[in-house]
Design a protein around this ligand. Structure first.
Ligand code: NDP
Length: 515
């Protein structure tokens, strides 16, 4: 019997011993920067001439690793290997597959500080955020392993005296997994191992900004006993190999996490049946967010301010669940804005590979420029209360930015900024607050800070988001506790880390025998 699932505890870096261990891991990883990494196809290491240069966003001339880049020919090779491997892997036992995940979780747990350090370098994460990202990856391994064991027992259906019936689930085939850079370990790991533990084979295309940590996961899975060809590691350009594999007739499903534009494009391309294709492709697409915290007049304002500050600026606002909109009741609007501003003034920004700052850099120049553009737009759409500036001379640093008195229909209230920017707007009552909260194309997360039980019930019915939180922030979902996924243009609501998630990669089969 496996032990019951329990989520991985977070590391407390105020404890001297943990701080020291983190510093040691950072200096160890620093000595390992700048190495070359191959593709892994069918267990074979393949080095290519074209390389992705993964760099430290806090120090752009510091190269984390040079990673081989797959072209269409290598993508095709990976597809052939994954297709052949599926023929036997689909018959492997769920117990064996789950055990690989459990062992992988144990390996990552033992090397947690080292893994934290890799994603601090590659993703620009503050320590706390890096630790939560690695913990979430461990959680996915532990949780999906257990979910597979449960699913393997099948579901009860009825039989008759003349007929024996059974029902169970089988895998789909070869899946393309396309992951983002923001949860560079957790989402990459969770989306790669969920189809694998259900008996599918995988082509893993990590984000081009963060391919080194994905290589590290491959090493862990191999050490844990994953056979060659089950997950194939093929970093490369989204438009070059991504499009090729999305349209490939042998691709059975696509699991994508990333931006709305790319997700919609994948959904459309996958819908077209290609010559030789024998199925309708399944698409899991988890996309952007424009997440709101509502603050009611009867509420704990200190809790509200802390929740907003943490949800808006944790990991530089680069979370799909980040709070980028605050809708406050007019009675408390001014006090709340003042308190959030005070708390935000204490935020430290800097190179987290050197020191444990609250905020690190944004991921690259593209992000820096895009967010800066929204900040300029914001200056015309509201009152700049704090921040609004940055420095990209060494790394991509932006200060936490607050806008007040923004119209609910303004650009910065509607479009995903994906950076440390939050906009405040006023509502005259709770009904209006709900209307404003629902007025975007997205529906990922949201939070309500209130002591009013009626308002909690109203929000449960009418606040249309996949993850709705009360009296806490709108980020920090935990595997097994807060199944995660959004409505509307936030995606297909697959609810990662929830009890139904693995069914995305399975199909039900009925067996009926006449007696
Ligand atoms: P992108 O959409 O830019 O990229 C995501 C992945 O898609 C990358 O691996 C990228 O590759 C790849 N890609 C790009 N173009 C194509 C294509 N034509 N075909 C196939 N794959 C392609 O998103 P980001 O990495 O910038 O991630 C941030 C976004 O992700 C935000 O919008 C955020 O809200 C969302 N997100 C959503 C989550 C959710 O659960 N709903 C969770 C986390 C993030 P390459 O890097 O090579 O371009």
């Amino acid at each position: 019997m496996v032990q019951p699932y329990r989520h991985e505890p977070f590391t407390d870096f105020t404890v001297e011993e943990n701080k020291k261990a983190m510093e040691e891991a950072l200096s160890q990883v620093k000595s390992e920067l700048g190495q070359e990494y191959p593709l892994i196809i069918g267990g074979e290491r393949i080095y290519t001439d074209r390389k992705i240069e993964s760099f430290n966003p806090a120090k752009k001339d510091e190269i984390v690793g040079y990673v081989s880049k797959a072209d269409q020919e290598l993508a095709e090779k990976a597809m052939q290997v994954a297709d052949e491997t599926f023929e036997w892997w689909r018959k492997s036992t769920p117990e064996m597959r789950a055990d690989i995940l459990f062992r992988a979780a144990a390996i990552v747990r033992r090397r947690k500080f080292e893994f934290n350090a890799w994603i601090i370098y590659e993703g620009g994460k503050p320590w706390k955020e890096a630790d939560a990202d690695i913990a979430e990856g461990i959680d996915f391994l532990e949780y999906y392993g257990r979910q597979m064991l449960e699913i393997a027992e099948g579901k009860e259906i009825n039989s008759r005296t003349v007929e024996n019936n059974r029902f169970g689930y089988i895998p789909l085939g070869v899946g393309l997994v396309v992951s983002p850079w923001n949860f560079l370990f957790a989402i990459m790991c969770g989306t790669a191992v969920s189809p694998m533990v259900t008996g599918n084979t995988v082509l893993l295309k990590p984000a081009s900004a963060t391919p080194v940590i994905a290589y590290k996961l491959m090493e862990v899975l191999e050490e844990a006993g994953m056979p060659a060809g089950v997950i194939n590691y093929i970093p490369g350009s989204g438009s070059e190999i991504g499009d090729y594999l999305v349209e490939h007739p042998k691709t059975r499903f696509i699991s994508f996490t990333g931006s709305r534009d790319v997700g919609v494009g994948i959904y459309e391309k996958a819908a077209k049946v290609q010559p030789g294709q024998k199925w309708l492709k399944r698409v899991v697409a988890e996309m952007g967010g424009k997440d709101t915290i509502i603050v009611d007049n009867d509420s704990d304002l200190e809790l509200a301010a802390e929740s907003i500050m943490n949800s808006a600026f944790g990991f530089q606002g680069q979370k799909c669940s980040a709070c980028s909109r605050v809708v406050a009741h007019e009675d408390v609007y001014d006090d709340l804005l003042e308190r959030v501003t005070e708390l935000t003034k204490d935020i430290t920004v800097g190179n987290t590979t050197e020191k444990n700052y609250f905020m690190g850099p944004v991921v690259d120049k593209g992000a820096f420029d895009k967010i800066s553009g929204y900040i300029e737009t914001g200056k015309n759409e509201g009152k700049l209360v704090l921040g609004g500036d940055g420095d990209d001379s060494k790394g991509f640093f932006l200060n936490p930015t607050i806008f007040a008195d923004v119209d609910p229909e303004a650009t910065i209230m509607q479009e995903e900024i994906f950076g440390p920017v939050v906009a405040f707007t006023k509502a005259k009552d709770f009904n209006e607050a709900l209307d404003i909260a629902n007025n975007t194309d997205y529906g990922l997360t949201g939070a309500v800070i209130t002591n009013n039980r009626n308002h909690i019930e109203m929000a449960k019915e009418d606040f249309h988001v996949g993850n709705l939180y009360f009296n806490r922030g709108c980020t920090a979902a935990i595997v097994g506790y807060h199944p995660f996924g959004g409505f509307n243009m936030s995606g297909t609501d697959s609810k990662a880390g929830g009890p139904d998630y693995l069914y995305n990669f399975l199909q039900g089969k009925t067996y009926s025998e006449m007696l």
